[in-house]
Design a protein around this ligand. Structure first.
Ligand code: LLP
Length: 421
């Protein structure tokens, strides 16, 4: 459930009409719903109730400071994967002891930054990284809390570009080597192994891979404890999928996911951390765009819209489906037109959808891409010198621009022409 519904024939974000936002900020833009963000965060809190836990929002899915502040104030922790994301979490008021640091390529500079300002734990992904962190922490005279991200060699049954838990993926340390690695951590100065981390992929629509991975983590917890390690925290990653197509079966609910956690690792007495991104932010956001032209092609019509693959890359990059709906609600029973929905960028990959049936549209009409709150704005670029599009946050009947559309001057000013040219 989200808070983007038709009211009096116009699509609204909570109590705000999208035509009003479009009139004020221009198209295209992203808009997020506070109530949906709150609701989705609450679903995880509920799913893990009775277990000591921290829900660490995956900042990579939506890193706007206003979104992070909203979730942080609800008690969320943050999962960050770069010094930039860490700075965002801190700037949004989230304390370091609620921030976990993931990612395969943490630099020494990033390690120094987070150790000086506070961190809940590093999720280590390789032995060279483990040794580098030991050196950095020792130089600084501090102890770094760490987990090891284990790669459980489980098939997440999702798109190949976002599956991470198979042995061929670049992530984590093979679970078969985990005992050796924890032994080395115990022997190294500056590191304290507080738990185990796992993340097997994103947009999972089946609970079985989670069950398999978490069962392996539970076995490993027992083994490591028998080896003398004080494993007290389990970071179970993110990845629970969302419904992108209203017409399809809905993926499992957070409460069902919570049940898998309870059944697999619930009896270990560990504090549970999870790192959901998409399930919290995905359906809390939409992208609104205007139709520039309706072009009649041979055997097909193109809806040419004013957003493009640089604004929302998911269809081009993962063949992802987004429901696309008109902002003005069509009359019931109106004859459907069939469109290829494309952006203005000069490559064929700039196609959002093929052969979509929808009510006939004309130049100037507005359409909304649903489920665009996760991995939308954060993956945008300025390809074709198209400035990044604004982000808007709605709460009830209020809305605010939470990232301005940059001017063309600002975009050009970032380049410098050398004096010798
Ligand atoms: N934790 C780690 C270590 C991750 O790598 C990710 C996502 C998450 C948590 C959050 O996963 P989520 O709950 O959002 O599924 N750009 C792609 C998705 C990439 C996901 C990368 N890692 C897309 O647009 O589908």
């Amino acid at each position: 459930m989200d808070h983007f519904l038709y009211r009096d024939g116009i699509l609204h974000a909570e109590d705000v009409s999208l035509t009003d936002i479009a009139a004020q900020v221009g198209t295209p833009f992203y808009v997020y719903s506070t109530a949906t963000l709150e609701r989705h965060f609450g679903l995880f809190t509920e799913a893990l109730s009775g277990m000591e836990h921290l829900v660490c929002f995956a900042v990579k899915s939506n890193s706007n400071l206003a979104v992070l502040k909203l979730l942080g104030e609800m008690g969320a922790g943050m999962d960050v994967v770069s010094g930039g994301e860490y700075r965002r979490a801190i700037a949004a008021g989230v304390p370091g002891d609620r921030i976990v640091f993931s990612g395969v390529g943490k630099t020494r500079e990033e390690m120094r930054l987070v150790l000086s300002q506070g961190i809940r734990q590093f999720n280590l992904e390789s032995e060279p990284e483990m040794r580098a962190l030991s050196e950095v922490a020792t130089e600084m005279g501090v102890t770094a809390p760490v987990t090891v991200r284990v790669n459980p060699d489980v098939d997440a049954r999702t798109h190949a570009k976002i599956a991470t838990g198979k042995s061929e993926n670049k992530f984590g340390i093979p679970i078969s080597r985990a005992r050796e690695v924890y032994a080395e951590i115990a022997a190294l100065p500056g590191l304290d192994a507080v738990g185990i981390d796992v993340h097997i992929g994103s947009q999972l629509t089946d609970l079985e891979p989670f069950r398999q991975a978490y069962t392996k983590v539970a076995e490993l917890t027992r083994e490591l404890r028998a080896d003398g390690h004080d494993i007290r925290r389990l970071d179970l990653g993110g990845g629970l999928g969302i419904p992108y197509e209203r017409s399809n079966d809905a993926p499992p609910l957070p409460i069902e996911y919570g049940q898998v956690i309870r059944e697999t690792v619930g009896d270990l007495g560990c504090e549970i951390e999870i790192e959901p991104g998409r399930l919290i932010s995905g359906n809390a956001g939409i992208m609104v765009t205007g139709v520039i032209y309706v072009k009649e092609g041979e055997g097909r019509d193109f809806l040419i819209v004013d957003s493009a693959m640089n604004d929302l890359v998911r269809p081009a990059m993962y063949e992802a489906h987004h429901d696309i709906v008109p902002v003005v609600e069509p009359e019931p029973g109106v004859d459907q037109a069939r469109y290829d929905i494309v952006g203005p960028i000069c490559e064929t990959g700039d196609t959002f959808a093929k052969a979509r049936d929808m009510a006939p549209l004309k130049a100037g009409d507005l359409v909304a891409f649903r489920s665009a709150g996760a991995y939308g704005a954060v993956m945008a670029s300025e390809y074709n010198s198209r400035p990044l599009i604004p982000e808007v946050l709605v709460m009830g009947d209020q809305f605010a621009v939470i990232r301005e559309r940059p001017t063309y001057e600002e975009m050009l000013e970032r380049d410098t022409i050398p004096a010798w040219l």
